[in-house]
Design a binder for this molecule. Structure first.
Ligand code: SF4
Length: 253
């Protein structure tokens, strides 16, 4: 046996076994996914980093599954460089295997900030900006949850169900569903807005939310060519306007 110092404590270590075994014996929970005591170590997952201190030498971050204890070795398992190395390793693994929940659970257990989890949202904020700058509804915002940023609805049911965010979202993660006279806008399993739909006065088809049409009315109220507001779906509106145009052409002839 040799004597080493782990997080300031003197402990006995077996020089024939990888350092990670001594750490485990001391009750220190070092994350590792590729280590198995019956196999030769590979240092592949890179999670079991520790910081090694030697007199008159700069400290080094090393994999505790690879190095073996030697007399007087000084080890720390919780330093800034260790956390940095571990975070980078966890994130790399999550890139390789984004569906592997074991990585996310282990990272959470060890207090590692993994950034935003893969949920098909690339955090471009195009939807947030469009909803604020184009629509003026301000129904979306970025919010930090458990250390990661998510696009979420703002408080106060502000969504008018215009569908702009759905059309602009580059990954298609924001969904629109028209069901039973309601338009539901959602992301992941979170509802952004749920608004009643209006029926077209001509064909009876549901086509836009009442909130959206009220917004359009308020923007066009003082337009000189708008005499009264109708509720026509785009198809009927086009048919009617074509009919009006050809009627006025006939009149001119
Ligand atoms: S559907 Fe709702 S959240 Fe999306 S842009 Fe329109 S108002 Fe904003």
């Amino acid at each position: 046996m040799v004597e080493i110092i782990v997080n300031g404590q003197r402990v006995q270590a077996d020089p024939e076994k990888p350092l990670i075994e001594t750490l485990k014996k001391q009750g220190i929970d070092v994350p590792a996914l590729c280590y198995h005591p019956a196999l030769s170590p590979a240092g592949a997952c890179k999670l079991c980093s520790v910081e090694i201190f030697a007199p008159n030498k700069p400290s080094q971050v090393k994999f505790s599954c690879v190095i073996k204890p030697v007399e007087g070795l000084e080890v720390r398992t919780d330093t800034e460089p260790v956390i940095r190395a571990r975070t980078a390793a966890f994130r790399k693994l999550a890139q390789f295997a984004p569906e592997a929940t074991v990585i996310w659970k282990l990272a959470e257990k060890h207090g590692i900030n993994m950034g935003s989890p893969p949920d098909e949202c690339i955090r471009c904020r195009l939807c947030v900006r469009a909803c604020k700058e184009l629509v003026g509804a301000n129904a979306l915002k970025m919010e930090k949850r458990n250390g990661a940023w998510f696009m979420v609805p703002t408080e106060g049911n502000r969504c008018i169900g215009c569908g702009t965010c759905v059309n602009l979202c580059p990954t298609g993660v924001i969904k629109q569903e028209d069901r039973n006279g309601l338009r539901i806008i959602s992301i992941r399993d979170e509802v952004i807005g749920q608004n009643p739909l209006l029926q077209c006065e001509a064909c009876g088809r549901y086509f836009a939310t009442s909130k959206f049409m009220s917004r359009v009315d308020s923007k066009t109220d003082d337009h000189p060519h708008v005499k009264e507001h109708h509720r026509y779906c785009p198809t009927c509106a086009k048919l009617l306007s074509d009919r009006v145009k050809s009627a006025s052409r006939i009149k001119r002839m």
